[in-house]
Design a binder for this molecule. Structure first.
Ligand code: GLU
Ligand code: ZN
Length: 267
């Protein structure tokens, strides 16, 4: 069993991360597995090295220790390129010049998430560094079993349309980077918050296109609330691990607080 903790260094470690880390490390311990630590710094505009340093320090302070070398997505450009090349060769990837507002305007009736209406699919826009890169997603249902929520089914072509794998600024997207890395790192168990449940079908589809025919197991745990009525926000001073540390909390007390937090009722 190999699982992972995969924070994006776009801010400081907060109690939501601590809850996820607790699920990940507990599952690994219970099954004699390994936890890999992956820094998801694929978005060069939003990630900062000082956040990474702070995340690593706070994790160590809490006692979450990885069982292998740290992987940093910003250092894996060549790996993502190589993984995608067979799909480029099969002409499944095309350039897209749409901005977010173009997509909003073209999408019309917006469902639970903004679906790209495949506007540029047949425009033959070359794959240059200043356009988005999209993978053709054909209609079809992905079925999987969530270890917490039971059987699931999702049709990525209806949820998100053709999948953005690289953005217009030249960043590999979360979907591409995480899927390639889960495959490359031989992750057997993906354990994460339910906010990422809608990504799972497309990651299974993408993994299959990239040559991974047996997807990992997935478990999507509930998100926690600050209180019964207040959502946890990354900007809340009293839910940041740094701030709690500065206020004199012990690591044990922070872990206990994270474990005692109420789960969001709607999932
Ligand atoms: N980097 C993602 C996040 O911080 C988590 C990715 C995942 O667990 O798949 O939300
Ligand atoms: Zn487009």
């Amino acid at each position: 069993m190999i699982t992972r903790f995969a924070p994006a260094p776009t801010g400081f470690l907060h109690l939501g991360h601590v809850v996820n880390a607790s699920h990940v490390w507990e599952a690994a311990r219970a099954r004699d597995g390994k936890v890999l630590l992956r820094i998801e710094d694929h978005d060069r505009q939003r990630c900062r090295p000082e956040y990474e340093a702070a995340l690593l320090e706070d994790l160590a302070w809490l006692g979450f220790e990885a069982d292998g070398p740290l992987v940093r997505q910003s250092e894996r450009d060549a790996i993502y390129r190589k993984a995608l090349q067979p799909l480029i060769d099969r002409e499944l990837v095309y350039g897209c010049t749409c901005t977010r507002s173009d997509i909003v305007a073209a999408a019309g009736d917006v469902g639970p998430e903004l679906r790209y209406p495949n506007t540029c699919r047949d425009k033959n826009i070359p794959l240059t560094d200043d356009v988005g890169w999209r993978l053709r997603i054909e209609p079809g249902i992905e079925r999987f079993f969530d270890e917490i929520r039971g059987p699931q089914q999702q049709d990525p072509s209806e949820q998100c349309g053709d999948l953005l794998v690289r953005d217009r600024l030249g960043n590999w997207t979360y979907q591409l980077a995480a899927t390639v890395d889960d495959h490359a790192q031989k992750i057997t168990d993906v354990i994460r918050g339910v906010d990422l449940l809608p990504s799972t079908g497309r990651q299974i589809r993408l993994a299959r296109l990239l040559g991974r025919h047996t997807p990992p197991r997935f478990a999507h745990h509930a998100l926690v609330m600050k209180s019964a009525t207040e959502k946890l926000s990354k900007s809340d001073g009293d839910t940041g691990v740094r701030d709690l540390r500065a206020a004199g909390w012990s690591a044990e007390a922070v872990l206990a607080r994270a474990r005692a937090m109420p789960a969001a009722g709607d999932h």
